[in-house]
Write a protein that binds this ligand. Structure first.
Ligand SMILES: Nc1ncnc2c1ncn2[C@@H]1O[C@@H](CSCCNC[C@@H]2Cc3ccc([N+](=O)[O-])cc3CN2)[C@@H](O)[C@H]1O
Length: 274
């Protein structure tokens, strides 16, 4: 009984932290140079986009429905996937983030970030001319079917009718689970909760922070993070019944440590639900 109470308190405390989350500030902190510098080979965002592009296009990922878990106010995580899947669902816990995503999907008026450089960069990865970014933007707007609420701490993270009976063909989730979990067991439980959303044989593409104990979700909005190392990520995946296909790690150069968090590295996982 006490244990259940502890779990609920930790999750509730985390939810309270997110009430002050500021999408515009968060985007400025993490999705502008130097962390998003497309002229630098060692910048974080080009590394993430390359991992996602390779994972989506190397031939084993297929199906109709891709679901992004904990999208936040960002779209980069589905720029490659929207060429492979006919339907994409974006999800987030906060209405402010869902609104930010809908603003872009409805034409981009009043968006907090210009996603053009991201669209151009992924076009380049696909061997297309950068000016094809307008076609990719149209493709993404046409492929995203909805922006839904999600709670990874629920044993049913999405509304019952959100997915077809067979489940999603692929999940992608970036920097979410470790940032919303009060501790490692909660992180592992969240992985297990979203695993249920996936059809057997479906893939999980997971990006997350290594060694991060906090980040700023806005000016003065300090949000705790469960610090993870590679072994813990692998153990949690195994414990939540995924088969690991590949884990890649990016170590932050000094000048990518810009004071908005204490992250030391970023992991990319491609895994499968047997
Ligand atoms: N219960 C919940 N279920 C699902 N989503 C939830 C829940 N609660 C909050 N959320 C939702 O999850 C959140 C996702 S944003 C989480 C930010 N993660 C940490 C941040 C990200 C970042 C980005 C880039 C780089 N880098 O090195 O380039 C490093 C880092 C490390 N710091 C937010 O959208 C919230 O709305």
């Amino acid at each position: 009984m006490m244990e259940e109470k502890g779990k609920e308190n930790g999750v509730a405390a985390m939810a309270a932290c997110y009430q002050k989350f500021d999408p515009a500030a968060y985007l400025q902190y993490n999705y502008t140079p130097p962390r998003a510098d497309f002229t630098r080979k060692d910048s974080i965002v080009p590394w993430k986009l390359a991992c996602l592009h390779r994972a989506f296009t190397e031939g084993d990922v297929n199906g109709e429905l891709l679901v992004d878990i904990g999208s936040g106010p960002t779209l980069y995580q589905v720029l490659s996937g929207c060429e492979v899947f006919s339907k994409v669902l974006l999800t987030d816990y906060l209405e402010v983030n869902r609104q930010e995503l809908r603003r872009w999907l409805q034409g981009g008026e009043g968006c907090s970030l210009d996603w053009t450089p991201y669209l151009q960069h992924v076009c380049k990865l696909e061997g297309r001319r950068p000016s094809a970014w307008t076609e990719k933007a149209a493709k993404l707007r046409q492929t995203v079917a909805d922006v839904l609420p999600v709670d990874v701490h629920s044993s049913q993270p999405l509304a019952p009718d959100a997915l077809p009976p067979g489940g999603a063909d692929c999940l992608v989730s970036c920097f979410c689970l470790e940032s919303v979990s009060p501790d490692l067991p909660a992180f592992t439980r969240a992985l297990a909760h979203i695993q249920k959303l996936l059809r057997p044989g479906g893939h999980l593409l997971l990006i997350g922070a290594l060694g991060e104990s906090y980040y700023f979700g806005g000016p003065g909005v300090r949000i705790p993070v469960v610090p993870l190392n590679e072994a813990q990520v692998c153990d949690s995946l195994k414990e939540s019944d995924y088969t690991l296909i590949r884990l890649e790690v990016y170590t932050l150069p000094q000048d990518m440590r810009v004071g908005v968090d204490d992250v030391t590295g970023v992991f990319f996982v491609k895994a499968r639900k047997e």
